[in-house]
Design a protein around this ligand. Structure first.
Ligand SMILES: O=C(O)C(=O)C[C@]1(C(=O)O)C=C[C@@H](O)C=C1
Length: 363
């Protein structure tokens, strides 16, 4: 057989497989439509029907990864199913998602990673605006950054929970790669724009390669790319999406000081997420200002064998030198081991708020 004949044969096979995949995907989509009808049928009068089920989505993606035999990677296969489910959900209910913008930020990338491409993403100017959009019902969900592995916690996001009744419905983990970009690759770089956190994440690289160039902190990486696209002699540190959006030329790729630089984002909404089998819970407690206060808060977790994943301390809004603890731990608030721990805690501390139980990030 000639090369052309062999290729034709294989491409015929691919065409036939594609036809079957397409038919199956549509069969799946019809099932999702029926799921929507059942949800509506059993809703109480006046009840808001919940179509998006994060715990079910996490289970579907985990199942895909567990049974995958390759040659596609587990993550690659899960990403394909992420998109299929995103399209299926859009048939049930098109979701509106507010994210910390502008267009081209890592937060937008996180929103797409979590929900897939079939949701409507709306850019917001500030973290407070993302909370407001979701609280008012203009958006079904919001996406905000919460912590970076190099630079630490995003205090704005944590503090927003003091006054908000919104729940955490999910988390997204995104590997962050920063690139140095310019409009004109022959111009001398006189100024570098980026978000303060990103300048921090690339500090050592900048000290080595651009020690005497002015660093200017702006509101986001995408804004940095936008400014650098307009000002001669300016460069930006931002991600690939922003580089594409503003048609920038990338001078240096992956300039972050730590190769494992990762940012975690939260999905916020009004939804109470059911247990998925592999969950995390976030709470906020503020204890009376007395010796051993934090110990008393943490001891019940230790006794119950619950694994804590993060603790942040923030000044509480009540009284000087009072503190609020933001605690993340493994498990769901409804789990038999966790529920009594949380009940005991509520009786003991001055202030307690369950911020949410949600599936651990799958992708
Ligand atoms: O299982 C459901 O509740 C569905 O609505 C179906 C489905 C899916 O496509 O698998 C779609 C949307 C939900 O977020 C979860 C899963």
């Amino acid at each position: 057989m000639s090369e052309a004949q062999e290729l034709e044969q294989l491409r015929n096979s691919i065409d036939s497989i594609d036809r079957q995949i397409q038919e199956l995907i549509n069969q799946r989509a019809r099932c999702a439509q029926q799921v929507a009808e059942v949800k509506q049928k059993y809703a109480q009068p006046g009840e808001v029907v919940v179509f998006y089920r994060p715990e079910r989505e996490a289970q579907v993606l985990r199942n895909v990864m567990a049974r995958n035999e390759g040659p596609l990677t587990n993550e690659g296969m899960a990403r394909l199913f992420r998109e299929i489910m995103s399209q299926c959900l859009a048939l049930e209910e098109p979701l509106n998602v507010a994210f910390l913008g502008p267009e081209g930020t890592f937060t937008q990338q996180a929103a797409v990673k979590h929900f897939g491409h079939a949701v409507h993403c709306h850019s917001q100017v500030s973290i407070a605006d993302v909370f407001r959009e979701v609280e008012s019902g203009a958006a079904n969900f919001g996406v905000v950054p919460i912590e970076n592995s190099t630079e630490g916690v995003v205090t704005h996001t944590l503090d927003s929970f003091f006054d908000s009744g919104l729940r955490i419905c999910g988390e997204v983990s995104l590997r962050i790669h920063h690139h140095l970009m310019v409009k004109d690759k022959d111009a001398t770089v006189e100024r570098i724009f980026s978000h303060a956190q990103s300048l921090g994440q690339c500090r050592r690289w900048l000290d080595k390669h651009y020690p005497n160039v002015e660093r200017v902190a702006v509101s986001s990486n995408a804004e940095a790319a936008r400014r650098a696209s307009l000002e001669p002699g300016a460069a930006a540190i931002a991600g690939e999406v922003a580089a594409d959006l503003y048609e920038m030329h990338i001078l240096n790729t992956n300039i972050e000081d730590r190769p494992d630089n990762t940012t975690r984002f939260l999905i916020i909404g009004k939804l109470e997420t059911l247990p998925s089998g592999d969950d995390k819970t976030s709470i906020m407690v503020s204890s009376r200002n007395q010796p051993g206060a934090l110990y008393q808060v943490l001891e019940p977790f230790h006794k119950a064998g619950v694994s804590l994943t993060r603790i942040e301390t923030r000044p509480a809004r009540t009284g000087t030198w009072n503190y609020a603890f933001f605690i993340d731990f493994e498990g769901h608030a409804a789990d038999a081991v966790i529920a009594p721990v949380l009940q005991g805690l509520q009786d003991q501390v001055a202030d307690y708020k369950l911020l949410g139980s949600y599936p651990k990030a799958v992708l």
